[in-house]
Write a protein that binds this ligand. Structure first.
Ligand SMILES: Nc1nc2c(c(=O)[nH]1)N[C@H]1C(S)=C(S)[C@@H](COP(=O)(O)OP(=O)(O)OC[C@H]3O[C@@H](n4cnc5c(=O)[nH]c(N)nc54)[C@H](O)[C@@H]3O)O[C@H]1N2
Ligand SMILES: Nc1nc2c(c(=O)[nH]1)N[C@H]1C(S)=C(S)[C@@H](COP(=O)(O)OP(=O)(O)OC[C@H]3O[C@@H](n4cnc5c(=O)[nH]c(N)nc54)[C@H](O)[C@@H]3O)O[C@H]1N2
Ligand SMILES: [Mo]
Length: 767
C-alpha cells in the first residue's frame, strides 16, 4: 500500500503451505502420460466435445496456432496430435467454460481477491465484460465499451507529455493487434513500448544482432532433423517446448548427437516417449541427450571457453577442426579471439564451470569432427547480468565451425510466447527504428517520435518515480512477470489510470492505478466473427514463418471484442477523425490492417494470401550469408569476459524457473511432475551436501533473501527439497521468488532482469 492509493491490496496472496509430496523425478517426458494428462485437463475445464473438437484443430492448416509456446509446426503437417500436454493445458485454460462478470466483482472486492493465490485467481475463469475500478472504490463495476474509450481519451489528453503514458505488450497478441497498438502509441507520440521480450530473449536479440546482423535465429525446423550435433543450453524443452522433442528424436534417428548444458538434468532430455507415434506409445523410451554437461549457474562462459581452447589445440594439429574457408570469407576478429583464448588457464576454466573434464572431452571429440551444429537456448542463458556475452560465446563456437548460414546448422533461440517474435517484427519496441519511422511517415503521413522509450525496467522506474501516469497492457501480468514485486506494485499503484486488455484474471488487475479498466478479449482458440464474417489473424513462429490462425470455439461471451478492434476503436475515439491514419477504416478490417503491415514493415508481402496454409518465411540475412550490415561486412567474433560472482561463504546462486504446471505467471496446477514435486510450489531445490553442510533437513522451511545495494529483499517460507543440482546453486519457481530480484540489477545492454542468477542467503524459519 502507498499514500497515493489507499486500497489495502496484498501483492503476494496467501502463502500458506499445501500438502507437499515428493517422488523421484520422472525421466520419461511426454509419451502416453503426456497425452493422458492433457486430455484430463481439457475435459475438466472445457467439457468433452469442446475439448476434442478444439484439440483436433490446433496447429492444423485451417485451425489456430497453439496459444502456448512459439515452437513451429512441421512443413508437412501431421494429421494427429500436433500439440503437447502443455499446449492442451494452455488451450483448456483459455477455453474454460467458467466466467466472471460484474456480479462476481460486486460480491468480491479487489482487496479480498488479492489475498488469494495466483493459482486461485486464474481458476475463476474468463473475464467477460468491460469493468472499471473507480478511485477509492474496492469493487470493479460494469462500464460500456464506449465509456472505456472516453475515459482513456480523457486521461491521455490530461498528460503533460505523451511520454507519461506506457504501452506494454505480452507476447500472445496477433501481428494485426500488435501492429495497430504500436501505431497508436507512435501516433499518440511515444516509444514507451516495453514488452515481455525485455524479460525474455532481449539478450539473444542483442547478441545475435551484434555478431550476425539479425536478432532472430537462423535455422528452420527442418534443419534440426539432419543436424550432426545439437547443443541445448539453458532450456527445458520437456516442459516448455515439448514439441521440440519430436524434432530432436528425428535428429537422433538420423545419427545426430545431442549435448544438454544445464545445472539440472531435465526430463525429456533423458528418456523421451513421443506421443505422436505408435512406436512411442509402445516402444522403448529414447535417450535424447547423449552428453549432459552439468554446468554451474551462469558459468557457461568458462565452459565454452574450455571447449574452444581444446578445439583450438586440436586445430593446431589438424587445421580442418575450424572451418578456415568460412572464417576467412565471412568473419572478422578470428586472430584476436585466438590470442584471447591463449590467455586463459584450462584448469581454472574447468574448475570454474564445474563440469568434469571427461564430459568436456567427450563434447570436444564430437564437435571437432562435425560442422552441422545447432545451438538451441532459452532463459538459462538470457536472464543473467552477462546474458549477452554468454550467447556471444556460444556464437563464437558456431562461427569457428562454420556452422552458420548453411543447412542443418545455426542459431536457435527458442522463443517463449507464441507470437513474441511477430510482435517485435511488426513494431513493438522501445527503441527507435529509423527505417520504420521513415516508412510510417512516407505511407501513413505522420512523423513518429524519435526519442527512445522505456523498456520494462525503465517503465517500472518511471512509474515508481511518478514520471508516468497511464499504464496500458496488451495482455500479460506485468506485476508478477517483472522483477522486484514490491517495487513494481508501488510503481503501478502510482499511476492515475491502468488498463488491462486481458482474457483471465491475474494480480495486475488487483494491484492497479487510482482508476483501473479491464477490457476483456478473445483468446486465440475462439471464433472471431464481425458482421457475420469469420476473420483470421496472423502470427510469426520462432523460426520466422508467418501463418494464419483461425479460432474454432464459440467465444466466452458476446460482449468480448477482438484485440485489433479494441485498439482501433480506442484510437478512433482518441483522435476523433483528426489524424492521418484512418482508424475507423482499420477497425474491423483485418485485410486492410495486413495490407498496411505489408507496406510499412519490411519483409511482409501479400500476407492476406501468402499466410495461408503453412504460410511464408520472412527474410533472414544469415540464411543467405549476408553480413553487409556489420563492420567490414563480416560476422563478428567477440571477446567475452568470465563472470565474477564473489559469493560470500553463506551465499548461494538462485535461479527462478518454471514448473510443469504453469505458463509463466498463470498457474495451472500445483504439481511439477517431471521433477517429482506434487501439491506445492513454495519449494527450494538444494544439493544434499549443502543441506548437510548448513545443518538443514528435507522439508525444513527457509526464507530466501537477497541483499543488493544494502537492501534486503525476502521471499518467505520455502520448503527445502534435496535435488541433483550443483553445490552452491539453488532453484525455486517464478513468480513466487520475483520479490528477491532487484529492479536495478539486469543484463548488460539488454536490461533483462537477472532472474537466473540472484545471490541469496537462507534463514531457517520455525513455524
Ligand atoms: N508449459 C510452458 N511452456 C512455456 C512457458 C511456460 O511457462 N510453461 N513459458 C514460455 C516462455 S515465455 C518462455 S521464455 C519459455 C521459457 O523456456 P525455458 O527457458 O526452458 O524456461 P525456464 O524454466 O526459465 O528454464 C530455464 C532452464 O535453464 C536452466 N538454467 C538456468 N540457469 C542456467 C545457466 O546459467 N546455464 C545453463 N546452461 N542453464 C541454466 C534451468 O535449469 C532450466 O532448465 O518457455 C515458453 N513455453
Ligand atoms: N523471476 C522470473 N521472472 C520472469 C521470468 C523468469 O524466468 N523468472 N520469465 C520472464 C519471461 S521469459 C516472460 S515472457 C515474462 C512473461 O510476462 P507476461 O507475458 O506479462 O505474463 P504472462 O504470465 O504470460 O501473462 C498471462 C496473462 O495474459 C493474459 N492473456 C492470456 N492470453 C491472452 C490473449 O490472447 N490476449 C490478451 N490480451 N491477454 C491474454 C491473461 O490475462 C493472463 O493472466 O515473465 C518474465 N518474468
Ligand atoms: Mo518468455
Amino acid at each position: 500500500m502507498n499514500k497515493d492509493n489507499q486500497r489495502n491490496i496484498s501483492t503476494t496472496g496467501n502463502q500458506a503451505f499445501n500438502d507437499l509430496k515428493l517422488t523421484d523425478p520422472i525421466t520419461i517426458a511426454a509419451g502416453p502420460l503426456g497425452v493422458k494428462e492433457a486430455l484430463k485437463h481439457g475435459f475438466k475445464e472445457m467439457g468433452v466435445v469442446r475439448a476434442m473438437g478444439a484439440l483436433l484443430e490446433m496447429n492444423q492448416e485451417d485451425g489456430f496456432s497453439c496459444p502456448s509456446c512459439a515452437w513451429p509446426d512441421p512443413e508437412k503437417a501431421s494429421k494427429f496430435a500436433e500439440y503437447c500436454e502443455n499446449g492442451a493445458k494452455a488451450l483448456a485454460d483459455e477455453a474454460t467454460t467458467k466466467k466472471i462478470d460484474a456480479d462476481f466483482f460486486a460480491q468480491h472486492s479487489v482487496e479480498e481477491l488479492s489475498n488469494l493465490t495466483d493459482y486461485e485467481l486464474n481458476k475463476f475463469g474468463r473475464l467477460v465484460s468491460p469493468l472499471v475500478l473507480k478511485p477509492n472504490s474496492i469493487h470493479y463495476e460494469a462500464i460500456s465499451w464506449e465509456d472505456t474509450y472516453q475515459l482513456i481519451r480523457k486521461e491521455l489528453k490530461s498528460l503533460t507529455s505523451p511520454d507519461e503514458a506506457i504501452f506494454y505488450t505480452s507476447g500472445r497478441s496477433s501481428n494485426e493487434a500488435a501492429f495497430l497498438y504500436g501505431l497508436f502509441a507512435r501516433a499518440f507520440g511515444t516509444n514507451n513500448m516495453p514488452d515481455c521480450s525485455n524479460m525474455c530473449h532481449e539478450s539473444s536479440g542483442i547478441a545475435m544482432g551484434e555478431t550476425l546482423g539479425i536478432g532472430k535465429g537462423s535455422i528452420k525446423l527442418e534443419d534440426l532433423y539432419e543436424a550432426e550435433v545439437v547443443l541445448i543450453a539453458g532450456q527445458n524443452p520437456g516442459t516448455n517446448h515439448p514439441r521440440m522433442l519430436s524434432a530432436l528424436e528425428k535428429c537422433k534417428a538420423n545419427g545426430g548427437k545431442i549435448i544438454s548444458i544445464n545445472p539440472l538434468e531435465e526430463s525429456g532430455l533423458v528418456n523421451f516417449k513421443n506421443p505422436q507415434k505408435i512406436k512411442g506409445w509402445l516402444g522403448a523410451p529414447v535417450d535424447i541427450a547423449d552428453i549432459h554437461l552439468q554446468v554451474k549457474i551462469n558459468e557457461d562462459i568458462p565452459l565454452i571457453k574450455a571447449i574452444l581452447k581444446k578445439l583450438y589445440d586440436k586445430n593446431k594439429l589438424d587445421d580442418t577442426v575450424f572451418d578456415q574457408e568460412f572464417i576467412k570469407t565471412y568473419t572478422d576478429g578470428y586472430q584476436s579471439l585466438l590470442a584471447d583464448l591463449e590467455k586463459y588457464e584450462l584448469s581454472s576454466l574447468i574448475a570454474q564451470c564445474g563440469v568434469s573434464e571427461s564430459d568436456i572431452d567427450a563434447s570436444v571429440a564430437l564437435l571437432a569432427k562435425k560442422s552441422k551444429i545447432v545451438v538451441c537456448w532459452a532463459m538459462g542463458l538470457t536472464q543473467h547480468k552477462n546474458g549477452v556475452a554468454t550467447i556471444k560465446e556460444y556464437i563464437n563456437l558456431l562461427l569457428l565451425k562454420g556452422a552458420i548460414g548453411k543447412p542443418n546448422a545455426g542459431t536457435c533461440p527458442v522463443r517463449g510466447h507464441s507470437n513474441v517474435q511477430g510482435d517485435r517484427s511488426v513494431g513493438i519496441m522501445h527503441f527507435v527504428n529509423k527505417d520504420l519511422n521513415k516508412r510510417i511517415k512516407e505511407h501513413l503521413g505522420f512523423t513518429p517520435p524519435d526519442k527512445e522509450g522505456f523498456d520494462v525496467v525503465g517503465a517500472m522506474k518511471a512509474m515508481h518515480d511518478g514520471k508516468a501516469k497511464v499504464f496500458m497492457c496488451l495482455g500479460g501480468n506485468f506485476l508478477m512477470a517483472a522483477s522486484d514485486t514490491a517495487y513494481t506494485a508501488k510503481a503501478i499503484q502510482n499511476c492515475d489510470l491502468t488498463v488491462q486488455i486481458s482474457t483471465k484474471l491475474n494480480r495486475t488487475h488487483l494491484v492497479t492505478g487510482k482508476t483501473a479498466l479491464i477490457l476483456p478479449t478473445y483468446g486465440r482458440s475462439e471464433k472471431d466473427i464481425k458482421n457475420g464474417k469469420e476473420r483470421f489473424i496472423t502470427i510469426e513462429n520462432s523460426m520466422g514463418r508467418v501463418r494464419q490462425s483461425k479460432g474454432v470455439l464459440k467465444p466466452a461471451s458476446e460482449n468480448l471484442k477482438s484485440e485489433p478492434d479494441i485498439i482501433a476503436e480506442m484510437a478512433t475515439a482518441y483522435f476523433n477523425g483528426k489524424h492521418h491514419v484512418k482508424w475507423e477504416a482499420l477497425s474491423g478490417d483485418y485485410n486492410l490492417i495486413r495490407n498496411t503491415i505489408d507496406t510499412v514493415i519490411k519483409g511482409f508481402e501479400n500476407t492476406n494470401t501468402a499466410s495461408k496454409g503453412l504460410g511464408y518465411y520472412l527474410p533472414n540475412n544469415v540464411r543467405n550469408l549476408d553480413f553487409s550490415m556489420l563492420p567490414n561486412g563480416k560476422a563478428q567474433f567477440s571477446l567475452n569476459e568470465l563472470p565474477k560472482h564473489n559469493l560470500k561463504e553463506n551465499e548461494f546462486m538462485l535461479m527462478t524457473i518454471r514448473s510443469h504446471d504453469q505458463f509463466n505467471t498463470t498457474i495451472y496446477g500445483l504439481d511439477d511432475r517431471y521433477r517429482g514435486v506434487y501439491n506445492e510450489r513454495r519449494v527450494l531445490f538444494m544439493n544434499e551436501l549443502d543441506i548437510k553442510k548448513w545443518n538443514l533437513r528435507k522439508f525444513d522451511v527457509v526464507d530466501i533473501s537477497s541483499n543488493y545495494d544494502e537492501t534486503l529483499r525476502t521471499a518467505h517460507n520455502f520448503k527445502i527439497i534435496p535435488y541433483n543440482i550443483p553445490q552452491g546453486n539453488l532453484a525455486a519457481y517464478f513468480p513466487e521468488t520475483n520479490m528477491v530480484v532487484p529492479y536495478n540489477h539486469f543484463a548488460d545492454q539488454s536490461k533483462t532482469p537477472i532472474s537466473k542468477s540472484i545471490i541469496v542467503s537462507l534463514k531457517k524459519v520455525s513455524l
